[in-house]
Design a protein around this ligand. Structure first.
Ligand SMILES: Cc1cc2nc3c(=O)[nH]c(=O)nc-3n(C[C@H](O)[C@H](O)[C@H](O)COP(=O)(O)OP(=O)(O)OC[C@H]3O[C@@H](n4cnc5c(N)ncnc54)[C@H](O)[C@@H]3O)c2cc1C
Length: 309
């Protein structure tokens, strides 16, 4: 299947070099990525805020292979949060962080390194009056990422965690967190996972998402409903009403560049909507996962390629 090929390509250096060498790639990437640097991202965040939406800024990059790279990621986030604090953009803008960019996979003490560096980012976020959400990566990282989230919440209770409905374990993970007001972003899951741990068919993932969303909305957690799927959006609206959560009791989240029409419509209805806005030079794996999610994006890419020749 095309999405399997694209998911494999997202981890291949050879495919990366080939895609990066295509001149038109950058134009297509710009649909999903806010720019190459912090200034570009902050400008996008201001524009998003002007539309009545909030932002989660993500510095692209994942899977660093040495401690220096992990510390560089930490430093970039601390600088970004310093700028957010100064401009006052802090309240409507949080940051999303991938722990693999903070050294989680380093041999030996990767878990500890990622925890310590994520702690530094939480300190900077707190000083800027905002908060951090820990993105979730492939299934091998889930135990470590959940444990780091739990540890950080002891000092920074607003630290958010992502749960992926394609994983069979997720109903249990919601049950573990359900009694506390934890910020939980529920997604379908963007990684190709083995059948032993994950639902494979779209219909199964959708069914799992419905169940997880229902459990999450009934819990003491703060649900961050991260989907562009109109059926899930409708279900979230209904559950929000039934659970009498009110507009402040949960939020929608969507990706920058995806379903701008729906984002605006939900905000106009009075819902909180937060956009996930990635920026930076390390766009390749993120971009390939967006292509894998939707064949129409590949067609868009190919059309741009054809026009450039
Ligand atoms: C705010 C946010 C944060 C996320 N964080 C994580 C994370 O930490 N870990 C993780 O594994 N995944 C994450 N994801 C990705 C998520 O797991 C899904 O892969 C992605 O959201 C697509 O699923 P969907 O729920 O939108 O539904 P789908 O069934 O995939 O799509 C429903 C409809 O949404 C639109 N759509 C969906 N994706 C695209 C796209 N790429 N381009 C254009 N249109 C599209 C289409 O109209 C499609 O028909 C995140 C998603 C969001 C919105």
């Amino acid at each position: 299947m095309l999405s399997n090929v694209l998911n494999r390509a997202s981890r291949s250096d050879r495919a990366r070099r080939a895609v990066e060498a295509i001149p038109v790639t950058r134009k297509v990437v710009d649909r999903f990525v806010a720019g190459a640097d912090q200034d570009a991202a902050l400008e996008v965040a201001r524009g998003v805020s002007g539309r009545g939406l909030a932002t989660s800024l993500d510095i692209l990059g994942e899977g660093v292979s040495d401690i220096a790279g992990a510390r560089r990621t930490r430093d970039q986030y601390v600088t970004l949060l310093g700028a957010l604090g100064q401009t006052g953009a802090g309240t409507g803008t949080e940051v999303s962080v991938k722990l693999s960019a903070l050294g989680q996979a380093l041999p030996g003490d990767g878990h500890r390194v990622a925890l310590d560096l994520a702690h530094d980012i939480c300190v900077a976020a707190d000083a800027a009056g905002t908060m951090v959400t820990l993105d979730m990566e492939d299934h091998t990282t889930v135990d470590s990422t959940l444990a780091i989230g739990n540890e950080l919440r002891a000092e920074f209770p607003r630290t958010g965690t992502v749960l992926q409905s394609n994983l069979k374990r997720t109903a249990g993970d919601i049950a573990d967190l359900a009694a506390d007001p934890v910020r939980i972003r529920l997604v379908k899951g963007a990684y190709k996972e083995p059948v032993s741990v994950a639902h494979q068919r779209k219909a199964e993932v959708d069914e799992a998402y419905r169940g997880d969303l229902t459990r999450l909305m009934a819990s003491a957690c703060y649900p961050m409903v991260a989907t562009h799927d109109p059926q899930m959006v409708e279900l979230a609206r209904r559950l929000g009403r039934e659970q009498e959560r009110g507009a402040a009791g949960w939020e929608f989240q969507m990706l920058y560049g995806v379903r701008g029409d729906l984002q605006g419509a939900l905000a106009a209805e009075g819902h909180q909507v937060r956009l996930y806005v990635p920026f930076g030079e390390e766009w390749y794996p993120y971009f390939m996962r967006r292509l894998a999610e939707r064949p129409a994006n590949v067609a868009f890419f190919l059309r741009a390629l054809a026009r450039s020749n």
